[in-house]
Design a protein around this ligand. Sequence first.
Ligand SMILES: [Zn+2]
Ligand SMILES: [Zn+2]
Length: 160
Amino acid sequence: MDRIETKASGGCQCGAVRWHVTAVNDSSHICHCRMCQKAAGNFFAALIGVPRDALTWTRGAPATFASSDKASRGFCRDCGTPLTYDYHESRHINLTTGSFDEPARFAPKMQFGIEGQLPAFANLPIQAEGTTESTMSSVVGVIRASNHQHPDRDTARWPE
Ligand SMILES: [Zn+2]
Ligand SMILES: [Zn+2]
């Protein structure tokens, strides 16, 4: 993924967590997968990869939830704003594009997790890269096997 040298800042809704980057990957995208939907509390997550060496937390730091054994989701512990998707083995971490101070600079170019896409978003003019199964085939099994996300139904106890 092409690295773009640029400067940008952002953070959560309440301001307790702020970050600064000196580069981003040319990978602004939305992901419709069920785990991104849940983590974002929305119909999809909007994310962009950032090289780990280009990211500085300038105020506070995100709390994290291990959505599987392979990845965690970062958010502000005070206001709940989703901030990161961190696939641990990757050289980059994803920031939520909506948490940028100027999100319009990083408009999405790709869509992932098409299996979770709502029909209302079927005709977005953004290139569809495929399903989670097809784009993450080498790790999707491990993620599913260690999925820590609550199922999409009420449970008497949690964790089960
Ligand atoms: Zn906050
Ligand atoms: Zn996803």
